[in-house]
Each structure stands twice: as C-alpha cells, then as structure tokens.
Write a protein that binds this ligand. Structure first.
Ligand code: 13P
Ligand code: SF4
Length: 311
C-alpha cells in the first residue's frame, strides 16, 4: 500500500542509496521530469547513459530507450518503471520481416531510426535519432542506396529534404499520426501569426504547416528563441512542461487531434510510467533490462556508428 508515502522523498532517498541516475524523456509526466537528473531527447539520453558513473540507470522513457542505455552501459543496472512501455514504431518492425527486407536489397545500407528493437538495431548499419539524422545522412555518399526504417514519415521527410530516394519501411508513430490538419488550420486561424513547430514523425500534411521541424530538443530550442508570443507545438504535449518552465511569459498550444484538443496525442506508452512505478522500480531494482551479450554487441555496432557520426 503506497498511500501515505511521500513518493518524491522516497525516490530521493532511494536514488542516493542506490547511486542511481534518473533519466527522463520530454514526453514523461511533469512530476517525473521535475525529479529527473536529466531530461532530454533520444540522442542526449543515450549519451548520458553511456557517460554516467551511477550504478543504476532508472530510465523514464520507453523500452527501446532503456535498451539503448543497456547496450551502451552493460555493467549498469538499467530499470524501466513499466516494461510494457513500448513504441508503435518498434511494434511495426518485427526483426524477421526486417531481415527479409534487407535481404531483398543487398546493395542497400540500412539506416535505422533508434525507435526499434535491439534485434533490428543488430540488423542495421547506422542508427539515427531525429536530432542526428540530418547530420548523418549528409555524410553518406549520394550514390549509396539506403533502406530506412521503421518510420516512413521521418524517412519521407529526409528524402524530400536531401533529395534522396531511400526505400522506406511502412511504420508510423500512432501519436504523431493522430494530428488533424483540419483542426490545425482552425487553430492557426484563431492565432494568426503563431508559428508551428513539428516533429518529423508527423505526416507531411502536418509538417507542411510547420515553421520549424526537428527533434524534441530542437523544438524546445525553437520555443526558447522564436520571436512571437504564441507557439503551436505538433509533438507529444508533455514537452510543453519544459517550455513553460523556461519561458513562462509565452503561450504554448498543443496541436489538436480530430477531436480538437491535444489529449489524444499523449503517448500511451510513455504514460505507463508513474511515480509509484518509479519508486517500486528503485526499491526492488526491477523490472530490469537484460540482454544476451551477442545481441548487445551486434546492436552496439550500429549505435556506435551513430555516436561517431553525430558528433
Ligand atoms: P526525440 O529523439 O526527438 O526525443 O524523439 C523520440 C520519440 O520517440 C519521438 O516520438
Ligand atoms: Fe513511439 Fe510515438 Fe510514443 Fe515516440 S511518441 S515513443 S515514436 S509511440
């Protein structure tokens, strides 16, 4: 029975006792973001996980992010408050099917979005995140054919921006897919002149309205520097918490779904992590990410390529 426990104080105590670091993605609930040692995008969180000298990494994000932490820091205990915190992009790309896709295109390299399983990473040549994809793609010779998975919207965005013809795996993020263009146009009409910032996981009919397209950390940076007073944010709405902390005098509005509000764009997987589950995970050191060493080493190669090429 957790009622009556001061969860925040208990988490603070366990963090010290366990020599744990709490890493959180921008899509986590505000109370989790507020007590994390570090809040960031996928690339920044991987770097933190690789560099930390803590004994335990409490990863408040989704499973592929916690797995990435384990791949890069195998000697650490990596806990994820809820092991069911998956990702629709990962689910869209079963390793066996991805392997067959690769085999059909033997002259192509596999450039793969970090939102995938360790097994798909192991089948890939270079991993990208949304904040590193552009830097990395610009280093790949134009005559090198590429397959890109699992996010067809990020892949399509990169194809258009770089004039490439990467073959795309047909996965989507259910959260970014849910924005409504009609409702976005209505919202823009209500706030004339307000810019739109969008994540590249959004479909083209949303990205086409954007004044800025980038990763969560890129969108946050744009929010800190745009000249107006109101910003429309087309990504998971929990990131607005960091914007309101950094620039309280400005207004941030989550882009709407078909029902006219931004609640349908809350990531259901990220939302599985709660303060209660974080407390229990730190107390019991479970659920823990475990990975077979052969798989870890194979997945590490493509992640290391990303870390080298992104810097
Ligand atoms: P970022 O790397 O931009 O934080 O994106 C992670 C993610 O899952 C977006 O849906
Ligand atoms: Fe996956 Fe989309 Fe959730 Fe990001 S927002 S973790 S891509 S389902």
């Amino acid at each position: 029975n957790l009622s009556g426990l001061d969860l925040r104080a208990e988490i603070e105590r366990l963090r010290k006792d366990r020599n744990a670091v709490i890493l959180a993605h921008y899509y986590q609930k505000p109370e989790i973001q507020d007590l994390a040692d570090f809040v960031g995008d996928s690339l920044e969180l991987s770097r933190k996980a690789a560099d930390t000298d803590a004994d335990v990494i409490a990863f408040c994000g989704v499973k592929f992010m916690a797995e990435t932490a384990k791949i890069l820091s195998p000697e650490k205990i990596v806990i994820l408050p809820d092991m069911d915190a998956g990702c629709s992009l990962e689910d869209s790309c079963p390793p066996e099917q991805f392997k067959r896709f690769r085999e059909k295109h033997p002259d192509h390299i596999a450039l793969t979005y970090i939102n995938c399983s360790a097994a798909v990473k192991a089948l890939s040549d270079i991993i990208v995140t949304s904040s590193s994809a552009e830097t990395i793609i610009s280093q790949i010779p134009e005559n090198q054919p590429i397959i890109f998975g699992p996010d067809r919207h990020l892949g399509g965005y990169l194809n258009r921006k770089f004039g490439r013809e990467m073959l795309l795996w047909p996965g989507v993020c259910i959260v970014h897919e849910a924005f409504s263009e009609t409702e976005l146009i209505k919202l823009k009409a209500q706030h004339p002149g307000a810019p739109v910032a969008a994540h590249p996981e959004c479909p083209p009919h949303i990205v086409d309205h954007a004044d800025y397209v980038g990763s969560t950390s890129g969108i946050l940076q744009f929010a800190k520097t745009f000249p107006g007073d109101t910003l429309i944010v087309a990504t998971e709405p929990h990131i607005i918490h960091q914007m309101e902390l950094a620039i309280p005098e400005k207004t941030f509005i989550g882009a709407p779904g078909a029902d006219g509000n931004c609640n349908c764009n809350i990531c259901p997987y990220m939302a599985l992590n709660t303060m209660e589950k974080l407390y229990l995970a730190l107390r019991d050191l479970k659920p823990q990410i475990e990975m077979e060493e052969g798989l870890r080493l194979a997945a590490r190669k493509s992640l290391d390529r990303m870390l080298e090429m992104a810097s």
